[in-house]
Design a protein around this ligand. Structure first.
Ligand SMILES: [Zn+2]
Length: 648
């Protein structure tokens, strides 16, 4: 092992920054060209990729140049490679701070399978194992070590192992993964992240690299300040995930049938629900319909949670029905669909949760189900935000939660490109149409509902004249001329508005009420028993001072072809499809034998390419995307054998 200098600069002349000065342009061109070739060669040798994904190369070059970096890359954008490749190429050791144990272990498994010497140190290990790994690190046997911030910042760790590692083999960089955790303005603040600036004070010469998949402008400023980044190279990748198809569906009696059809179409999927009870119910119902579904929520025993998560990651279960407790730190790249059975709490939450689909870049579906009841549930939960001591409402928290809810509702109700709305949240301008959301692909028409709105509002007004107030269900009953006991006994069948809305079915009225609430044209009490009330805007409608337009939901579920799995690129070839399934089975067998998830071996895209190109020699196999030297040596023979057998 070569002994690096303390500052861990990239090897001179091999990996230069891409920025060349005009004066030396001619002389440098050949060097730059060689540097690019070397970088491309390393990318191919280690990770088996022919080229970088968008945005990756610029980050890699800045890291190699020894700069501080602040990089925002969306989930699935290949963020990890941006520090892993330089870590391998630079002398010394890169220390990666990661808040999530599962994520650390996963990344280390992936690196090891690519032949990169990496390890992690966390609370799951016994102390003698930790000592063994640290000793190996000091002998220079690793290129990357993953650590939780709590451990790294322990006084004894800072003074002891870290200090020794900084001398020998030398630390090439501190990588702060999930750097948004440093900011109170982020959605996942972790106080211990604040103390990471200690690293800058103690080791001013070692580059700090901050990576995150989520950050608004405010959080970005906070990250740079809190970590004391020094004139960092800033890389803002687009948050756009072009392979995800977004749609919003009205929640109705048919919702479960749609969900079941989605599951039956195949591919790993996650269903998010708000409550533990709903999680259990849905998981049981799906199981009853023959789907390998498992529940996941904070109320389950830790061992069961771990088993269920592992079953999902290893493709032993197809569907995870979960509360939002599930997903953080899970890096399953081949999730093909994520459905929200209940409203997410915020637009950022929705982006993150739905973003767990399609990390491998293959097409994936994100569906949000949304009904009138969801608004009530969300409001009820907001009202539960109380001071534990005094029982008074936590006004700031409630206000923020209501603002976030309004953003989610706007997203759900909008007729605009879903992608454009999400990206605007991250201060990104996106000119639709995107061609991959329901609003772009099947634009909803707006219809004038002023007459019906006036009927509804009049009904509320008539009841108010009698000092009576009722919720949506009762008012719809009056409008539709119900003969129910509740209506007749109160004499509501004698109101002038009784039965004037019988042409509409209940769901249509509910949709209208939802839209009116969202547009602020009617109010609802929020004391736990939702009663409809008129407000100033309602009177404008009643006095013909404004009209009401609502967007119509598409009548039927989207055509089945839309949910087509990416394997369809194998075309109509039954043979290709068969080979793909055989390769999948081989991958699963190899993964199970090593006790790891199948995706660690190869992504689906790699298997598909094998099924299409059918390499029958190791040389041909080496040309498949995702096959680096280590994987070629480890798996080449068996995969090539399967292809040959299939051909004969
Ligand atoms: Zn769109």
């Amino acid at each position: 092992m070569r002994r690096p200098g303390r500052t861990s600069r990239p090897t001179p002349g091999v990996f230069l920054s891409s920025r060349s000065e005009p004066r030396h342009a001619a002389g440098r061109r050949s060097v730059k060209c060689r540097a690019m070739t070397d970088l491309a060669a390393a990318l191919h040798r280690i990770f088996g990729f022919e080229d970088f994904r968008p945005g990756q190369e610029a980050v890699v070059r800045d890291v190699l140049a020894g700069k501080d970096v602040l990089a925002l890359m969306p989930t699935g954008g290949g963020k990890s490679l941006c520090f892993q490749l330089p870590a391998v190429l630079k002398p010394g050791l890169s220390i990666v701070v990661s808040p999530l144990i599962a994520l650390m272990q996963d990344q280390v498994r992936l690196l090891e399978d690519n032949g990169v010497a990496a390890t992690y140190i966390n609370s799951t290990l016994r102390s003698d194992e930790i000592q063994r790994r640290l000793a190996a690190a000091m002998r220079g046997e690793y290129k990357l070590i993953y650590l939780a911030p709590e451990r790294l910042l322990l006084g004894e760790f800072l003074e002891g192992p870290l200090q020794r590692l900084s001398v020998d083999p030398g630390i090439s960089a501190f990588v702060i993964d999930e750097a948004h955790c440093v900011s109170e303005w982020g959605h996942d603040f972790r106080p211990e992240y604040r103390q990471l600036s200690t690293l800058r004070r103690r080791y001013p010469q070692i580059p700090l690299l901050a990576f995150t998949a989520t950050a608004t402008a405010r959080v970005r400023v906070d990250i740079a300040a809190q970590l004391a980044l020094r004139d960092p190279a800033r890389h803002l990748s687009s948050f756009n995930r072009p392979n995800l198809f977004y749609r919003v569906r009205p929640k109705s009696k048919g919702t479960y049938t749609e969900l079941l059809a989605q599951a039956r179409a195949g591919g790993a999927g996650i269903v998010y629900c708000l409550s533990r009870r709903r999680v259990e119910e849905l998981a049981t119902q799906l199981q009853g319909d023959g789907i390998a579904a498992l529940p996941y929520h904070a109320g389950l025993d830790a061992a069961i949670r771990r088993d269920n998560q592992e079953a999902f990651i290893r493709d032993n279960a197809q569907v995870m029905v979960a509360t939002i407790a599930f997903g953080m730190g899970i890096n399953k790249p081949d999730v093909r669909w994520v459905s929200h059975y209940d409203l997410p709490r915020s637009l950022e939450g929705y982006y993150q949760e739905s973003g767990r689909a399609g990390r491998d870049g293959d097409p994936a579906q994100c569906t949000l189900y949304f009904g009138l009841g969801d608004i009530r549930t969300a409001e009820f939960l907001i009202q539960q935000k109380l001071d534990p001591d005094s029982g008074d409402p936590l006004e700031d928290e409630q206000r923020i939660a209501r603002q976030q809810l309004r953003q989610v509702l706007s997203y759900a109700e909008s007729t605009e490109c879903r992608r454009a709305i999400q990206l605007r949240y991250f201060d990104e301008t996106f000119q639709g149409p995107c061609g991959a959301c329901d609003n772009c692909c099947e634009p909803r028409t707006q219809r004038d509902c002023t007459v019906e709105s006036k009927q509804l509002l009049s009904c509320i007004a008539r009841l108010a004249q009698r000092s009576e107030r009722f919720g949506a269900a009762h008012i719809i009953d009056i409008l539709r001329g119900s003969r129910s006991e509740r209506i007749v006994s109160r004499g509501h069948d004698t109101l002038s508005v009784y039965g004037i809305g019988s042409k509409w079915r209940v769901p249509e009225w509910r949709d209208l009420i939802r839209a009116l609430l969202h547009q602020g044209l009617v109010a609802e009490t929020q004391d736990g028993y939702p009663v409809l009330l008129l407000n100033a805007a309602s009177w404008e409608v009643l006095r013909d001072q404004r009209t009401v337009r609502i967007s119509e939901a598409p009548a039927k579920a989207p055509a089945k072809g839309r949910a087509a799995l990416p394997t369809s690129s194998l075309g109509a070839s039954v043979e290709g499809r068969e080979l793909f399934e055989t390769l999948r089975a081989l991958r699963k067998r190899l993964a199970d034998a090593q006790g790891m998830p199948p995706y660690v071996i190869f992504h689906d895209a790699t298997l598909r390419e094998i099924a299409e190109r059918r390499p029958v020699t190791l040389g041909e196999f080496a040309g498949i995307r995702g096959v680096g030297e280590a994987k070629l040596a480890r798996y080449g023979e068996e995969f090539v054998a399967v292809v040959r057998e299939h051909a004969s």
